[in-house]
Write a protein that binds this ligand. Structure first.
Ligand code: PLP
Length: 260
């Protein structure tokens, strides 16, 4: 039976991040992809030129339509933009009893555009973290969630513990923003043990959509029945290949390559 994954996220007209990255990743990893749009962004490799949020009602209705008919074996959230959308997404996930939920706590695009209103961070912590199986913050997002400044490995471990205390069952703190390091090390904390996923750092400006792609790959693996550890491990390999073979399109920061 075909496994199904739903992404609840924003659209990137440039095709490198957001629901486009998620659906391409689902397809590559052999699961049927579905989407509930939270916002439309006008975007290309140069940056984000416009953000047009959906109404909370429209987001809720899309999730309900998928849930009541097709169902989902795993679900991920990306750009949620504001507190109203966060609240209905959390409500629907609870109503539909979805448990394999991956949160990519998207906040700011690489070019600096805000994809989550600042006043919505507390709503994300309160409503979304307690219902997710895995959360995948990068270092700046983990700093916002914890209020800590993070640079050493001890600080990364401490931040992962604190985010776990906020309700996330598993925390993958991604090392991609640690630009000094020769290795990009992702730290997984499951509430008891730490697992480290390490890969050589690749110097490229074409990393648009890496966070979306990574969390979508975990979601696809969970949909197929993988454990959290297995899912993160496959996603790490998938993103490493995608970054190693970037697509040099447009005039700015190109996307990672989903079929590398
Ligand atoms: N646009 C949308 C709609 C996204 O969901 C994301 C995901 O984080 C981004 C842009 C961010 O892209 P970037 O990898 O360039 O930060």
């Amino acid at each position: 039976m075909m496994k199904k994954a739903l992404t609840i996220a924003g659209s990137d007209s440039g095709g490198g991040a957001g629901i486009q990255a998620d659906l391409k990743t689902f397809q590559e990893l052999g699961v049927y992809g579905m989407s509930a749009l939270t916002a439309v962004t006008a975007q290309n490799t140069l940056g984000v030129q416009g953000v047009f949020p959906m109404t909370a009602e429209a987001v809720a209705r899309q999730i309900q339509s998928v849930g009541e008919d097709i169902g989902a074996d795993a679900v991920k959230t990306g750009m949620l933009f504001n507190a109203e959308i966060i609240e209905v997404v959390a409500e629907k996930i609870k109503e539909l009893s979805w448990e394999k939920v991956v949160i990519d706590p998207v906040m700011i695009a690489k070019g600096g555009a805000s994809l989550l209103q600042q006043q919505a961070v507390s709503a994300l912590k309160k409503h979304m973290l307690p219902l997710c199986l895995i959360i995948t913050p990068n270092i700046p997002e983990a700093e916002v969630l914890t209020g800590m400044s993070i640079s050493t490995m001890d600080e990364k471990k401490d931040a992962a513990k604190r985010i776990h205390e906020l309700g996330a069952k598993n925390v993958v703190l991604k090392g991609g923003h640690d630009e000094e390091a020769a290795q990009s090390v992702d730290v997984l904390f499951d509430g008891r043990d730490f697992t480290f996923f390490s890969s050589p750092r690749i110097n490229t400006k074409h990393t648009h959509g890496t966070g979306c792609t990574f969390s979508a790959a975990i979601t696809a693996q969970l949909a197929k029945g993988a454990s959290v550890q297995e899912g993160v491990s496959v996603a790490k390999e998938f993103i490493q290949a995608a970054v190693a073979n970037p697509l040099d399109i447009g005039n700015g920061h190109g996307p990672t390559n989903h079929w590398a």
